[in-house]
Design a protein around this ligand. Structure first.
Ligand SMILES: Nc1nc2c(ncn2[C@@H]2O[C@H](COP(=O)(O)OP(=O)(O)OP(=O)(O)O)[C@@H](O)[C@H]2O)c(=O)[nH]1
Ligand SMILES: [Mg+2]
Length: 298
């Protein structure tokens, strides 16, 4: 029998905020290409992660969680998802095993009708957080949403069924030569991965609206060959003066902690020593301001 033909294509993960799209992307790629957090709307861009298998190559496009927008940023995030879906071979709708299907999931599912050419797969995430009967019930509920090309329960935490998901997704993308070089894991720039790692560290432990208000830019990266050190100067934006204090913490303790955690992650990513300087600035109501959104890359 001839060997099966090599396949390659684009698969987008969509779903409500916080359902585990980015965690799943990282688990499939085998490296952190997208930041994750327990706060909704962590992902703010379409982030590509590349999965290499002997039988094929998947370009996973992780997207921001779709939600009812309350700010201009929210509208931009939803439109990023819409634009992404127009270009992919397969759409994977992610629905968590441990939450009842709600209006948000149903709304997103209906949106998928606008992309008739894409294959559609339901991914039931976080099966580790539900019971066996709970997962079975959720699979049943998901199957009633539409006629899926596949329905796959997974757990990124327990690495359950990830190989089966990869295999099924490869089967659904076209016969094609590889689209990315063998060693590519993402096409995100190093600079944007660094600013995302800083934002991830800053999201940890902040409450309420604050996670939405945080944005990070890298101002400068300076190569210190004398010390074999990379100096990184980054800005951490919040929206209001009152938020500055929360981010910085008593005596600057919190900011120091954010810096230390971010530096560790950045050093892991770059495989080298890093000096990280973080400055906290206020960009007044940036989520609602077109000009500032532009400046922050949205
Ligand atoms: N129990 C369990 N929790 C998970 C799993 N995958 C992700 N989570 C948690 O779910 C939360 C959200 O994960 P993300 O991957 O950031 O979710 P997302 O869908 O990308 O969220 P947005 O980017 O905000 O749309 C985090 O606290 C994760 O640790 C899983 O397999 N099992
Ligand atoms: Mg995400």
């Amino acid at each position: 029998m001839p060997a099966p033909e090599f396949r390659a294509g684009f698969v987008s993960f969509v779903g409500r905020p916080n359902v585990g799209k980015s965690t799943l992307t990282n688990a499939l790629v085998g490296e952190k290409v997208a930041i994750t957090s327990s706060k909704p709307q962590t992902t703010r861009r379409a982030i590509r992660g590349i999965v290499h298998e002997p039988t094929g190559q998947l370009i996973i496009v992780d997207t921001p969680g779709m939600h009812r927008p309350r700010t201009l940023l929210g509208e931009r995030l939803n439109s990023i998802v819409q634009t992404t879906l127009g270009d992919v071979d397969v759409i994977g709708l992610c629905i968590p095993a441990n939450e009842k299907i709600g209006p948000g999931d149903k709304y997103i599912n209906e949106q998928l009708d606008s992309f008739p050419k894409a294959k559609k797969v339901a991914i039931v995430t976080k099966t580790d957080a539900s019971s066996r009967p709970g997962v079975a019930q959720q699979l049943q509920a998901v199957s009633e949403l539409r006629d899926w090309d596949a329905i796959i329960p997974i757990s990124s935490f327990d690495k359950m069924q990830l190989d089966i998901l990869t295999e099924q997704l490869i089967a659904l993308v076209p016969v094609s030569a590889a689209l990315y070089p063998d060693d590519a894991v993402t096409d995100e720039s190093t600079e944007s991965r660094i600013s995302e790692l800083i934002r991830e560290a800053a999201l940890e432990g902040v409450m309420d609206e604050l996670p939405h208000s945080i944005a990070v830019t890298v101002d400068d990266m300076i190569e210190r060959e004398d010390k074999d050190l990379l100096e990184i100067y980054a800005n951490l934006f919040v929206e209001r003066d009152s938020q500055k204090g929360i981010i910085i913490g008593k005596g600057g303790e919190r900011l120091q902690d954010v810096g230390a955690r971010a530096r560790k992650e950045i050093e892991e990513l770059l495989g080298r020593q890093v000096f990280l300087s973080l400055r906290v600035k206020v960009a007044k109501e940036w989520q609602r301001d077109a000009k500032q959104l532009g400046r922050l890359g949205f």
